[in-house]
Design a protein around this ligand. Structure first.
Ligand code: NDP
Ligand code: A1CAB
Length: 277
């Protein structure tokens, strides 16, 4: 006997919505035909992307809520009040589970935008959800049930790791794991550019750079060894790594990464503190 597929809707069918939708499908947790997304009429690429996976794609938000059990709010933060305003005006019953992935938009703000008694969970996923290697966290609003938490956990675990956290952590998490893939992509690009500068063919340089990031990351996870110890293991006396590390420290590499998390967290806080723009 096959179990009934959960109807999942996306308000805003952009990059992160597509990554999650495709992740749920490849996890076998959903199918295109059980999904619906609303796309802005100006974003025909996203409209086509949802059609291509067999999902329904519409230009209005209300049908998404009407046809779904779980509604994922996935517009940029400044659009959230507008999109949820459509739903409130339409007087749709609050009998849906709303997951919001919008950075910085708090549970209190979401509950104000939605019909009274709406059950809201904030989620911060990241882009590798597309290949089921995401890092997600979630925070339950106080109107949610244990079943809502379980559904969310099941969805997020299907696309990578999942931790339940407190809302006070969400801005820093957004800065670290939400935005983090972008930092790693420029690291990969820079590693490869360095290799090319020193004479390597571009395709080999990208292959080596991305495999190096993957392998180093897997070692931290799988050996449970402190990254400083692993760094020491790579660094031979009077060798090339020590020379490279010295240069990175001189250029403020660590301080730049730490500073990036700090300013990204502050950007989330601007949104949380009411400046949804
Ligand atoms: N990208 C990522 O890695 C992550 C993103 N997020 C969060 O996900 C959300 C979306 O980000 P991302 O996918 O990058 O952004 P995108 O711009 O790719 O997606 C947002 C989508 O919403 C559409 N949209 C605009 N207005 C409306 C409307 N009134 N109703 C419905 N849809 C509308 C946009 O169309 P148009 O382009 O025409 O404006 C666009 O297709 C953000 O809140 C972000 O914080 C969270 C974690 C990671
Ligand atoms: O850049 C952003 O605002 C979103 C949040 C995390 C990743 N992308």
């Amino acid at each position: 006997m096959t179990s009934k597929l959960l109807k999942i809707g996306f308000i805003g069918g952009g990059k992160m919505a597509q990554a999650m939708a495709k992740g749920f499908i490849s996890a076998g947790l959903s199918k295109g035909e059980a999904m619906i997304a609303s796309c802005h009429p100006s974003d025909l690429m996203s409209h086509k992307a949802f059609k291509d996976i067999g999902a329904e794609s519409v230009f209005e938000n209300v049908p998404v809520v009407e046809k779904s059990e779980v509604v994922i709010i996935s517009t940029k933060p400044s659009v959230v009040p507008i999109a949820l305003g459509d739903i409130k005006k339409a007087g749709i019953s609050a009998d849906k589970l709303f997951l919001s992935i919008a950075m910085g938009v708090t549970i209190k703000q979401l509950e104000e935008f939605l019909p009274r008694q709406s059950r809201v969970i904030r989620v911060m996923p990241n882009l590798p959800a597309l290949i089921r290697s995401g890092a997600s966290v979630y925070v339950c609003g106080n109107k949610t049930t244990e079943n809502d938490s379980n559904i969310t956990k099941k969805l997020l675990e299907s696309i990578g790791t999942c931790d339940q956290v407190t809302e006070s952590m969400l801005d820093a998490i957004t800065a670290l794991s939400g935005s983090g893939p972008a930092y790693i992509y420029i690291l990969i690009e820079a590693l490869a550019d360095g290799g090319v500068k020193m004479g390597l063919p571009r395709d080999l340089a990208y292959r080596l750079a991305s495999q190096t990031v993957l392998g180093a990351s897997k070692m931290v996870k799988e050996t449970n060894t402190h990254p400083a110890v692993l760094k020491d293991d790579v660094t031979s006396p009077a060798g090339s790594t020590a020379a490279g590390l010295h240069f990175l420290e001189q250029q403020g590499f660590r301080a730049a990464v730490i500073g990036a998390i700090e300013v990204a967290t502050q950007r989330c806080r601007q949104i949380s503190q009411g400046g949804i723009n």
